[in-house]
Design a protein around this ligand. Structure first.
Ligand SMILES: [Fe+2]
Length: 280
């Protein structure tokens, strides 16, 4: 049967994609940020996941104000990097896993999650930057990807509790797929950042680290953090962190921390990264 073997949390700052694409990832500014991903790049080479359920948000690249799906799952064969204003990133196309994706979509919908099914879309930095962070610059991405897009851009956005429950449902879906597949789940976005208004540039090291502590612990306290707390403590874009809760919810009650990294600042955000393994 398919099984979820690990969860990865990571920021998906667009500037990090530019740093990789322009070969600047070892300079004084970016070096300390990327150093925190070296462990994971080596670990991924050994883990060789077959499929990654990659939780991310679209930034008005595939969707805009004309359609705002709360939860959308990519069931297509492949996805091209989106043009976000400077041309598409020079990274490989993303290969989908349609059989498993359709199975997960069916399982989730019968489990009372009303997913939007997407067969064609481009994927932006929310999805391609974590791939670059974890895999570097390969000719072809070494795993198939199931994109799972969450609306964290336009309110109302889903609650942390709903995200956690979705993760639990994804775990049930994967566990009922009859093929022997090594599946990882990644939650991306965050950490604290605010891009506009009088509080632009807000970062909150203490809160971000408390959030990662909660995900490492055997409690599910993080699922009950209200939207207003993300907004107040982590800035207007910190709400992206609810996507980490989908990843954490999929890992079950107890987890083992394999790796953790935090760095301030990167562009105008905080970088957070966690690698967790479910403990049976
Ligand atoms: Fe984002």
């Amino acid at each position: 049967m398919a099984r979820i073997t690990a969860g990865v949390g990571s920021s998906h700052v667009p500037l990090l994609g530019v740093a990789v694409d322009q070969g600047k990832w070892q300079d004084d500014y970016f070096g300390p940020i990327f150093k925190g991903y070296e462990w994971t790049r080596e670990w991924e080479k050994a883990e060789k996941p077959d499929v990654i359920v990659l939780i991310y948000n679209d930034h008005a690249s595939a969707f805009d104000a004309s359609i705002i799906p709360t939860f959308a799952i990519g069931c297509g064969e492949s996805y091209k990097p989106a043009d976000e204003g400077w041309g598409p990133r020079p990274v490989p196309d993303v290969e989908g896993a349609p059989d498993l994706a359709w199975h997960i979509a069916q399982s989730l919908i019968l489990d009372d999650f009303d997913m939007t099914i997407i067969n064609e879309m481009d994927v932006d930095h929310g999805l391609t930057v974590p791939l670059s962070m974890m895999f570097g610059q390969p000719e072809k991405w070494p795993a198939k990807i199931i994109p799972l897009a969450v609306n964290v851009v336009t309110y109302p956005v889903p609650s942390g509790n709903r995200c956690w429950a979705l993760g639990e449902a994804i775990a049930r879906a994967v566990a009922s797929f009859p093929e022997d597949l090594n599946v990882q789940i990644w939650g991306t976005g965050g950490m604290s950042h605010q891009l506009q208004g009088p509080r632009a540039g807000l970062l909150n090291r203490e809160w971000d680290n408390r959030f990662m502590d909660m995900l490492e612990s055997g409690t599910d306290d993080a699922r009950h953090i209200p939207h207003i707390e993300y907004l107040r403590e982590t800035g207007s874009e910190g709400i992206e962190m609810v996507m980490w809760l989908i990843m954490r919810g999929a890992l079950g009650k107890r987890v083992k921390t394999l790796h953790r990294h935090y760095h301030i600042p990167c562009s105008n955000t905080a970088i957070g990264h966690l690698v967790l393994e479910p403990e049976l």
